[in-house]
Each structure stands twice: as C-alpha cells, then as structure tokens.
Design a protein around this ligand. Sequence first.
Ligand SMILES: Cc1ncc(COP(=O)(O)O)c(C=O)c1O
Length: 463
Amino acid sequence: MVKEMTNSRGLCRLSTLAMADGHGEDSPYFDGWKAYDLNPYDPLQNPSGIIQMGLAENQVGTDLLEEWLEKHPELSWKDAPTSFKYIALHQDYHGLADFRKALASFMVEVRGGRVEIDPDGIVLTAGATAANEILTFCIVNPGEALLVPTPYYPGFDRDLRWRTGVEIIPVECHSNNNFQITVPALRKAYQGALKNKKTIKALLITNPSNPLGLTISPETLHEILDFANEKSIHVISDEVYAGTVFSSPPFTSILEIMQSAKNYNPQTIHVVYSLSKDLGLPGFRVGAIYSSNSGIIKASRRMSSFTLVSSQTQFFLTCLLSDCRFTREYLLKLRERLKKRHGEFVKGLRAIGIDCLEGNSGLFCWVNLRKLLRSDSWEGEMDLWRVILEEIGLNVSPGCSFHCEELGWFRVCFGNMSEEDMDVALGRIRVFMCSGDLSEASLGRSCLARVLEAKQPEVARLT
Ligand SMILES: Cc1ncc(COP(=O)(O)O)c(C=O)c1O
C-alpha cells in the first residue's frame, strides 16, 4: 500500500517503489529481530531476555581477529606503510589494486586452492547484498524473472526484487532429498514461468545454503550448469558461506566445476562473495562480484559507485588478508570450532527429541519442529514461532520466511553467541520439551516461568 504525506499546502507524495512492500520487511524473519531489540538477553543484566538465534552472524572466530589486531599496531595511521593522503583522497570504483589482489588470494584459499581468480574480474561492493542486487540489475530486465531454489535467504526478496522490479520464481525443493536442487524441480519452475509468460534470465543458487547449512554436490552443480546451458540462462552462485564448511563433503565452488570442464560458458557464470560470514565482518560491508563477462564487469563497476567500500576498510583488510599464514590458521580454527559448536548443538537437540538436517556448513541448523505444530498449517507454524519467541524467549526464524514449501522447519543460528549462551538456549528448549504437554495451557506464561527457573548454567548445560 502506498503511503502518502501531507503538508500545509496539500498532498506531498512519496515514490511508489520506495513505499511499496517490495522490501519484504513484513516477515517474521525481521519481526523476530525487532522483538529481540526490545528485550535482548544478557546473562547478568537481562537473563529473562530473548536470545538472538535469528541472526546468521559469525562470532566464533572474532577473538582470532582481535588477537591479530593486537599484534599489528603498525595499522595506526601514524606509522602506516602508506600515507594518509593516499587513503583519504578520491578512490575510483575499481577499488585499491592491492586489496583486490589480496581478496582474490583469500577467495582462492577459501575454495581449497582449486580455482583461479583474476583480481581484474572482481568488482567490489558494500557486502553481498549489493553484489546480488547489482548482478540482478545487470542480467534481468524489470518484469523478467530469475529462478531461486527454496528455502532461500529472506533478504533475497529485498535484494533481488525491490529496486530492480525483477520477479523471483521459486524452485520448490523438498525434505525427501534434504532440499537438494533437482533437474525436475528446475524444469517444473521453468515451465511454470513460461506458462505465465515470464522470461527467465538467470538461476541464483546459494552454496553452501542458507538456511540448510549444506553444500551442493559437484554432480548437482554439473546438472545445474547443464540445465542453464540448455535454457541459455545465467547462473549466479552466492558463496558467502564458503569458508564455513566444517565437515565432509568438502565445498565445491561453481568456479571449480566451470574451470575444470570445457563445455560451460564462463560468460554466464558469476559468483557473489563477501567477508561478512567467513571473516565475521558484516559491519565492514565488503562484498564482491566475480565474473569473466566484460559487459557485466563494466556495468557492475558503474553500479558499484552507489555501494563502494571505504578505502580505509580496504587498506586495513589488505594488511589482514595479505598475512597468508594468519588466514590459513584462521580458517582452520574457524572450521574446527564450528564443527564442535554444531556437533554440540545438534546433540543437545537430539537428546530432547528434536531432529535437524545433517548439515556440514554455515552458522545455523535447519530444524524440523513439525511434530510440535498445533495444526498442520502455516498458521500452526506461526503459532509455534510466537510461542518460541514469547514464551521460550528464543528468536528463531520460521520456514515460511525462507519460502519453504514444507511446514514446521525453522532456522536456528548458533554462531552469533557464546557457548554459554547456546547452552542456556538449549536448556530453555529442554525445559519446554520436557513439560511433555504441548496443549494450549502449557504454552502460557507458566512455561516461561519454568524456563527461567532453569536458566542457571548447571541446569541449562546439556552433556
Ligand atoms: C546467502 C546470503 N547472501 C547474502 C547475504 C548478505 O550478506 P552481506 O552482509 O555481505 O551483505 C546473506 C546474509 O545473511 C546471506 O545469508
């Protein structure tokens, strides 16, 4: 609905696009964040507050970055190896050459050293958010569409559709094969779009997947590229979680498949990356488009004028990423810690009868709570989400916000908190589950009281 503002002289209209609902903010995914902001959990100041498990943020390796910083006081301006003026004055939209070089090396390292990345094919953007929008803008006309497998990251509704006027056609994936993308599912979505007279220009995949916490197999990547070849459409691979793969099967980038086979057209395959997840730096706003399509690189560079990365940030990160010994050790430790964290979380859930997908990556679990739904309906899913938020005090994200086709799935993040807080969260779920009675009455305030009684670490800790 378009909102209008009036002033003393009459109607003062705002832009239709800005006021329309295309942002997608009207969703439990964002509502949960707002609820958390009003009552954030703190073990000492607010122990009955809401624990934020709806934010895919990586705090698991923050101390490693802090340690590195302490060892590099030369990064203060006074003794910087490069002059203040060099950083402070005008930068064009190519970004600092040294930074693109360092980022390219890091992207290769994250992909197991099995890909080649030319720094000149990198376009810097303010995070993957901007990278996804820019690529969509460059490939798809307003009114045309791209295919996106479900469940997908809720931010795509904003990033791919809002300002571009592009439509997302969901590719429906199901739990019977762990929500993996199949050729029949791609064909079904494609044919359905054609029937509705939609022109499909691209397929966007997320590998590793948010919210599944799963990588896409090399076989499936081949099938995806074959399908895209057949239909003459572009493939965008969002690989922002590439460095979080903590157990087998290992991560395979679409670049690896493309570079190892001669039958794919590199002009139609593009990667989105950012340092928000792997390095846990979402506040720095550093993202990248990687492509070998010169038209896309040229247009993306022009577009990136709106979303440049501060040269101070580029300078800082050039120093960090050029320390290859550090980045290697950081990635090893990050994966080790994520594996441990994920293992403990899944074990804790299973001990109380909650099942989840067997993930190998990411900062979250895709949890199946269907048996807790009071009714087998989307209302039932939303009811359970509200109970988890308001009564158990956990902000998790319901499957409907990821456009999941099946009821009862929830994404639960574990990477944005301390181990102690994760244990408190598990303790709250355990108390809720152990009440044994999921009737209306047991979902009232009394449940919260039981949960709070159990907040002491010795009670909350699950072994
Ligand atoms: C799959 C995916 N792509 C893009 C983004 C946005 O990342 P950034 O913070 O780099 O803009 C996210 C953030 O959660 C994400 O999960």
